[in-house]
Design a protein around this ligand. Structure first.
Ligand code: G6P
Ligand code: 1S3
Length: 604
């Protein structure tokens, strides 16, 4: 790795993304977690640019009302004088970088001209596109105007770099090139539009990849505008990067250019001083998950919580892309293996995603409420018995052990009896926690495979079609705490340019399953030999059939279930130890290389 050199005052970097101050998906994580490492290098010469959405900005943006006299501040002021609304301030995240947010409504009256120019100069067709695409075109144009103005004033005395992420930020990039604006540009794509669509819809996508006609397919799926912006941005930038070798192959076919380098994703890794601290947290949050499981399952039947393992998967609902299909298939096989082997272990699998629902299932809420009531009643009885026992023994004279039953009030006896009656049910524990608006691939599979929480099953399913947050009445944990409480994260994706979910497990010391078709899995296989021993299981989806992959995964899960607690603890230590590899303080260097290359190419 190159020795770290802080920037000189003559360099400035603008990083541009639709998800700056605007969380939509994974790119937000990339940008936000990378900030501290970027600020460390670029100091005050680092600026982010994003769209301004009042509601979102209100919680993470702080306007600098007294605009500073920095060059960027002056350009923002100039754009305001031109009639545009430009917000300039701080992004309130770790590193607190300066950020420029563009109000898209302030340029929307120029949309027809913007579209005309995109066609005229770049052959990008944008007629009749959905409103979101129109917004991105407004954003791209405001970015272009800003950068052009900025470069006119400053290019003579400093090297200006611009880092664009995805097509949604980049419709102005082709014109920056055409107008020969003196900025060293890098375009990073985090997926390709066509890859996303085709992987979901065409079986054998990877084998067919070299033979797709991008334009024809873009027309088929009605995404020609998005694909054209993406392609032109990729072709216009001085440097093209993507997040993994997996996606690099798509770039060649769909964008007509092989990336110059791969820029893998990291996190802002904060490790505990004391190694055992994350193990303690695992125990703490596992007990919170126990509470949910107790309330959810025990009214119907019980099992030994000390011999229960928590697996989970999470992400957007893309049934086959995210590998939910393979996960369920492997779990059905695991269940069969565990039942055959007469095992006394139980696996509870949580599937956390987002699907339309009307409300939390009333039965699920009810058992949660009854559990709370049971807990309160028991605590009250415990207190009453404790106090009365103390008094009786302290004041007693006959040296006899008092009868504890006499210390419980009739009121509390009755209340406990009633609670126990409402507690027990003949129904099976629900395998979906919410009332879904429609059945989906997950519910269909569970019903067909009869994986519906029968008592004899060793694998139980809790399908939670909503993302987890600390205000959630079922778990009362935020996502990070929930991950810590689990034993294994399961993400055998079919289409996943990078995939943060397994990495989020690694940094919390939770073993994980990934696949060799995901960018993360592919990267791990390149940099490490003993990844499996360290708790990262990579399913071979490249060269195996679906059935073979399901078998491989069921074997891996079965092996995991047979591990002793001591081995699990040691494995968690080993997996957590990998964290530093994915710290942006180390991975930023890939972006540094890209930016250096862009600067070299910009100069004639
Ligand atoms: C952590 C705690 C231990 C606990 C263990 C449970 O390591 O520090 O005190 O016994 O978790 O591990 P398990 O894999 O059974 O949840
Ligand atoms: C993309 O977000 P997605 O979930 O739509 O970018 C992420 C960040 O690079 C990446 O982790 C993910 O695989 C991509 O698919």
């Amino acid at each position: 790795m190159e020795p770290f050199v802080k920037t000189t005052k003559n360099n400035v970097l603008f990083e541009i993304a639709w998800e700056v101050c605007n969380q939509v998906g994974g790119i937000y994580t990339v940008i936000r977690t990378k900030v501290p490492a970027m600020v460390e290098k670029w100091e005050d010469n680092y600026f982010l640019m994003g769209p301004y959405f009042e509601k979102k900005a209100s919680s993470e943006f702080e306007e600098i009302t007294d605009m500073d006299d920095s060059p960027a501040g002056r350009t923002a002021k100039r754009m305001r004088e031109m009639g545009y609304i430009v917000h300039y301030g701080y992004w309130l995240v770790t590193g607190k970088p300066r950020v420029i947010l563009f109000d898209l409504d302030s340029i929307s009256h120029e949309l027809d001209t913007i579209k005309f120019n995109l066609w005229e100069y770049n052959r990008i067709p944008t007629i009749n596109v959905e409103p979101l695409v129109n917004q991105t075109l407004c954003f791209g144009e405001m970015v272009r105007i800003f950068l052009k103005e900025y470069a006119e004033d400053n290019a003579k005395r400093e090297e200006i770099y611009a880092q664009f992420h995805e097509w949604m930020a980049s419709s102005g990039l082709p014109d920056l090139k055409r107008e020969n604006v003196k900025i060293a540009t890098t375009f990073t794509t985090h997926a390709t539009m066509l890859g996303r669509y085709l992987a979901q819809n065409v079986s054998g996508f990877y084998n067919k990849l070299p033979f797709f006609d991008w334009e024809q397919e873009a027309k088929n799926y009605g995404i020609l505008a998005q694909c054209s912006v993406e392609r032109q941005a990729a072709l216009s930038a001085h440097v093209l990067t993507t997040v993994s070798d997996v996606t690099a192959r798509e770039c060649e076919v769909f964008l007509g250019r092989m990336p110059d380098l791969v820029t893998p994703n990291g996190l802002n890794v904060v490790r505990f001083q004391a190694v055992h601290e994350f193990q303690n947290l695992h125990l703490k949050f596992k007990e919170r998950i126990h509470d949910f499981v107790l309330g959810h399952f025990f009214p119907s039947y019980s099992f030994d919580l000390d011999k229960t393992l928590y697996f989970f998967t999470s992400g957007r609902y893309e049934y086959s892309n995210k590998g939910y299909d393979l996960t369920l298939e492997a779990l059905a096989r695991l269940n069969w293996k565990m039942v055959q082997a007469n095992m006394d272990m139980t696996v509870v699998m949580f599937i956390v995603t987002k699907q339309p629902f009307t409300s939390i299932n009333p039965d699920v809420l009810q058992s949660r409420a009854v559990l709370n009531e049971l807990q309160e009643t028991c605590t009250a009885i415990e207190k009453e018995v404790g106090e009365k026992l103390f008094l009786a023994t302290a004041s007693g004279t006959d040296h006899k052990m008092p009868d504890l039953n006499n210390f419980v009030d009739e009121y509390w006896r009755l209340r406990l009896r009633r609670t126990i009656q409402t507690w027990k049910t003949d129904k099976l524990p629900a395998f979906v926690t919410h009332d879904l608006k429609e059945e989906d691939g997950i519910t269909d599979f569970c019903k067909k495979a009869n994986l519906v929480n029968n008592e004899r099953d060793r694998v139980k399913i809790v399908y939670h079609p909503d993302f987890i947050s600390s205000t959630n009445p079922l778990f009362g944990l935020d996502y990070g705490q929930f991950v810590r409480g689990c034993h294994l994260g399961v993400f055998p994706s079919y289409y996943e340019p990078w995939g943060y979910t397994p990495l989020e497990c690694v940094v919390r010391g939770v073993p994980t399953v990934t696949s060799d078709l995901s960018g993360f899995g592919d990267y791990i296989m390149q940099i490490m030999r003993d990844y499996e021993n360290r708790g990262i299981y990579v399913i071979n989806r490249k060269s195996q059939t679906y059935t073979q992959a399901a078998d491989q995964m069921a074997d891996i899960l079965f092996k995991f279930v047979k591990m002793q607690r001591r081995d699990r603890i040691m494995q968690r230590n080993r997996v957590e130890n990998i964290s530093d590899v994915f710290d942006w303080m180390n991975l930023r260097s890939y972006y540094d290389t890209a930016h250096d290359l862009a600067a070299k190419r910009r100069k004639p």
